[in-house]
Design a protein around this ligand. Structure first.
Ligand code: SIN
Length: 481
C-alpha cells in the first residue's frame, strides 16, 4: 500500500530522480513526472554509458584527472575526487537494480572509449542504448517500491515557501487541474536546457523548467554560461536531432571534411577524441566557413545491431547506412554544466530545496563535462542525496509561519519560442562574441515578463556576459583564454 502523504517530493523521473527516490527508503517519496509513463527524459536518450575506472590498468585518480582536464580545471576538485571514487559502487548498485551491462565472452565488463578519456573506461548496457536500459530497470524498481508513489502527467508550477524554507510544491496536470503537496524536502531533478536551443540532442521537456522554479524561489544559480555542445548529431534538419555517439569515434570512426581530409588533424593531441568543446568548435567553424563535416564510421566492424542499435535505427530512419556512407554532422546543445548551485549532498541555498542531476551544479563538471560522466553523476549523486534525506528525518514541519508561493509563471507563447531558440543558438552557441551576448541579454531582459523561458535565457546570457575570458565550453571569439 503506497502512502498518499509524501515526506519527499522529487520533481523529475530521469535517472537522477529515480536514484534519489529509490535511495530515500523508507521515507515516503512522491515522484512527479511530466509524462504518464516516465518517458521523455534525457536519461532515456543517453547513448554514452557510465564512466567508471573498473579496468585493470585504470584508477579513480586517472578518471579524475581526465574529468578535470576536460572541465578546464574549473571543477571543484574534491567533488571530482568523490565522484570518480563513487563510480565502481554506482555500477554495482545499478547491477543490483537489474541493469545488465555488456560483457565479453569471459564475463568481463566491456569498456568503451569516448572523447577526453585517456583509456577505455565506459560501461554500456545494450550498446548505445545505455540510458534507456538504466531508465527501464530503475522504473521497474520504482514501480515495485512501497515507499515510492509515482505521479505521472503532472508538471511542477510553484514551490511553497514558509519562513524562507521550501515546504511543498504545486503541480498541474494536462487539463489544468492543480494539486498542492507539502513535504519536508523538495528535490529538483528536472534535467537541462537543451530545448531552449534551435538544435539539440535533448528531449522537448528539457527547457529549463527546474531552473525557472529555482529562480522564482531565489535559489543561487551557478556557472550558467557553460553549455556543452555535442559535435556529432546527425544533420537531419529540425530542432531535436539524433545523436551519433562519441563511442563511434572510440571504435574507430573518423571526422572528415568534404574533401575527405581529417577534420581534427594537428588540433589536439587526442585528435578525433579531443574533449567535446574542442571538437564541437571545429565542426561549427567549418560550417560557418561554408563547409560541411562528416563522420565516417565505415571502418567499424563487428555487430552494429548489438553495439550501436540506436545510431543504426536513427540513420535508417533518414535513409542512411553508416556502414556504407559517411554521415553529415552538426553540433547540438547537449548538456548544461551550470545550474542550481548545490553542495555534493544536493543542498541548494534555500533550505528544504534540493537539486540533483543536470539541473544542479555541484562543480563536478567544471567548464565542460567529460563524456559519460552525466549518467555517473545522476546515479552517484542521486544515491547520495536519497540516503542523506532518508537519514535527515523527513517529517513535514509545522504549518505555522508566513508562507508564499514562488510561481514559475506562464510559459512563453508558442510562436515566440522559436526565435528565442534561434537567438541562443546564434549568440550563446559553441562560438560566442561579447557584443552579441550583451545585445541578446538586454533584449531578453526587456522581455523577461513574457514567460519563464525568457527569464532562464536572461540568467544564462547575463552569466555569459560576466565571463569575459574563454573557458571550456564558453568560447569567446577573439578573447584571451
Ligand atoms: C555520447 O554518447 O556521445 C554522449 C555521451 C555523453 O553525453 O556523455
Amino acid at each position: 500500500m503506497k502512502s498518499a502523504q509524501p515526506s519527499i517530493v522529487v520533481i523529475g523521473s530521469g535517472v537522477a530522480g529515480m536514484a534519489t527516490a529509490l535511495s530515500a527508503a523508507p521515507a515516503n517519496v512522491c515522484l512527479i513526472c511530466p509524462t504518464h509513463d516516465g518517458s521523455g527524459s534525457a536519461s532515456a536518450l543517453a547513448q554514452g554509458g557510465v564512466a567508471a575506472a573498473v579496468g585493470a590498468d585504470d584508477s579513480a585518480a586517472a578518471h579524475a584527472r581526465d574529468t578535470l582536464e576536460a572541465g578546464a580545471w574549473h571543477n571543484a576538485a574534491a567533488a571530482v575526487g568523490w565522484l570518480t571514487g563513487a563510480a565502481r559502487p554506482a555500477v554495482a548498485w545499478l547491477e543490483q537494480h537489474g541493469v545488465r551491462f555488456d560483457r565479453d565472452g569471459e564475463g568481463n565488463l566491456q569498456l568503451g572509449r569516448e572523447g577526453g578519456h585517456a583509456c577505455n573506461r565506459i560501461v554500456h548496457a545494450g550498446g548505445d542504448a545505455t540510458g534507456a536500459a538504466l531508465v527501464r530497470a530503475l522504473q521497474e524498481c520504482c514501480h515495485g517500491a512501497a515507499h515510492v508513489q509515482w505521479r505521472g502527467s503532472r508538471e511542477a508550477v510553484a514551490l511553497l515557501l514558509r519562513d524562507g524554507h521550501v515546504v511543498g510544491v504545486r503541480t498541474r496536470d494536462a487539463d489544468g487541474r492543480d494539486e498542492s503537496l507539502e513535504a519536508a524536502a523538495v528535490v529538483l531533478a528536472t534535467g537541462g536546457i537543451g530545448a531552449l536551443y534551435a538544435h539539440t540532442s535533448n528531449p522537448a521537456g528539457a527547457g529549463g523548467s527546474g531552473l525557472s522554479l529555482a529562480l522564482a524561489a531565489g535559489a543561487e544559480l551557478r556557472d550558467l554560461e557553460f553549455v556543452q555542445f555535442h559535435p556529432t548529431a546527425l544533420a537531419s534538419g529540425g530542432q531535436h536531432l539524433p545523436l551519433l555517439t562519441e563511442a563511434l569515434r572510440g571504435a574507430g570512426a573518423r571526422l572528415i571534411d568534404a574533401e575527405d581530409r581529417p577534420l581534427m588533424a594537428g588540433l589536439h593531441p587526442l585528435g578525433d577524441l579531443a574533449p567535446r568543446d574542442v571538437v564541437a568548435r571545429r565542426v561549427w567553424q567549418v560550417q560557418h566557413a561554408g563547409g560541411a563535416a562528416w563522420l565516417d564510421a565505415r571502418a567499424i566492424t563487428g555487430d552494429w545491431n548489438r553495439r550501436f542499435p540506436t545510431v543504426l535505427a536513427a540513420c535508417h530512419a533518414h535513409g542512411l547506412d553508416p556502414r556504407q556512407t559517411p554521415l553529415p554532422i552538426t553540433p547540438v546543445a547537449h548538456f548544461h554544466m551550470g545550474g542550481v548551485a548545490t553542495d555534493l549532498d544536493g543542498r541548494t541555498s534555500v533550505p528544504g530545496l534540493f537539486a540533483v542531476g543536470e539541473v544542479a551544479c555541484n562543480g563536478v563538471h567544471g567548464a565542460n563535462r567529460l563524456a559519460s560522466n552525466s549518467l555517473l553523476e545522476a546515479v552517484a549523486c542521486g544515491r547520495r542525496l536519497g540516503r542523506m534525506l532518508a537519514g535527515a528525518g523527513t517529517t513535514p514541519g509545522s504549518a505555522r509561519g508566513t508562507h508564499r508561493w514562488a510561481e514559475r509563471g506562464p510559459a512563453l507563447a508558442t510562436d515566440a519560442l522559436p526565435s528565442l531558440r534561434e537567438l541562443l543558438w546564434r549568440v550563446a552557441g559553441p562560438v560566442r562574441e561579447m557584443s552579441e551576448l550583451h545585445a541578446a541579454w538586454h533584449r531578453c531582459n526587456d522581455a523577461a515578463a513574457a514567460g519563464w523561458q525568457m527569464r532562464v535565457a536572461t540568467a544564462l546570457l547575463r552569466a555569459a556576459c560576466r565571463r569575459r575570458q574563454s573557458l571550456g565550453a564558453h568560447y569567446l571569439q577573439g578573447a584571451p583564454a
